[in-house]
Design a protein around this ligand. Sequence first.
Ligand SMILES: CC(C)(COP(=O)(O)OP(=O)(O)OC[C@H]1O[C@@H](n2cnc3c(N)ncnc32)[C@H](O)[C@@H]1OP(=O)(O)O)[C@@H](O)C(=O)NCCC(=O)NCCS
Length: 289
Amino acid sequence: MISSFFIGVTIIWPAELSGRSEMICLCLKADASKSNGESDVAVYDSVNDAAELLPPSCGLDRPLPASACSIFLLFCSSFLGELIWIEMFLEVTLPSKSGRLTLVPPSEVDDVYVAALRCRPETRRYLRYLPEFFSVTDARDRRLSRELDSTLVDFHIHLPSTQADAPSSFIGTTGIFKIEEVNKSCEVGILISSDYFRGGFATEALHRVLLYVFEERNLHRAEFVTSADNLAMRGWLDKAGATLEGTKRGAWADPTTGGYDDACVYGILQEEWMASVKGRLEARINRTS
Ligand SMILES: CC(C)(COP(=O)(O)OP(=O)(O)OC[C@H]1O[C@@H](n2cnc3c(N)ncnc32)[C@H](O)[C@@H]1OP(=O)(O)O)[C@@H](O)C(=O)NCCC(=O)NCCS
């Protein structure tokens, strides 16, 4: 669900002149939910990664670059010797079917959790190519580099807090990548924190991702590639009704043996989603929630 978009002007500004930082970004936020057409204005300091809202009712609860998702347009022009960038962001937050979780754009506050998740033995068990050590800085660098990549959309999986003023909690990551506009296809990935395994969270998160893929982005094909011995993911895919299309031999490096593991390719086509996969996932969601 697209709730709002941002149009920003980034000005590279010498520190001596601004007294704040080397770079200041003036952002206009146009909120689609506002019927009076008003736009709120925020000043974003991209060096200190903080947004100052003008007026405070702007409603931005996270640094603006973290809100950037799926569409990113960048124009450059010269103005009085300063470089002006105009950026457009789409902010996407997807509530799951039962409301038990939300898929939110990656943000800085989650870097620490992403770093921990990607190093967990349970996560690396079948994704052996993942590095043993992955720092918060690595997570930050990965997030920032992926924000600019239009061939992917990353989401963090959050459980909404039961208390009004408490933040939601991070339980994993999901998203689509290798998006091919010509073939209308993408690959899908998911990592759930092992504390939440077998709780129906992958089902609920992937149901929302596939809804986004097939019904909102109108893609034709979603592909999953998983290690041949990943019984959890393969069990999940079999149960969902995905089709096992083949095995890529020696596809994934295995640093623990110095060899290479086989990987299985599963596919779901748009018509299969509509005819059966969606219904199967929804039946499971209804049982769990
Ligand atoms: C694979 C993974 C995403 C499943 O997440 P989950 O939240 O536990 O899955 P759900 O609870 O929604 O679905 C459970 C279903 O998945 C399958 N499944 C999950 N764990 C399983 C296991 N250890 N053995 C066999 N099937 C399993 C079963 O079909 C199960 O249904 P059941 O509980 O009725 O038997 C999770 O184990 C994970 O993140 N693993 C580590 C990272 C990873 O390998 N990601 C996949 C990369 S390709």
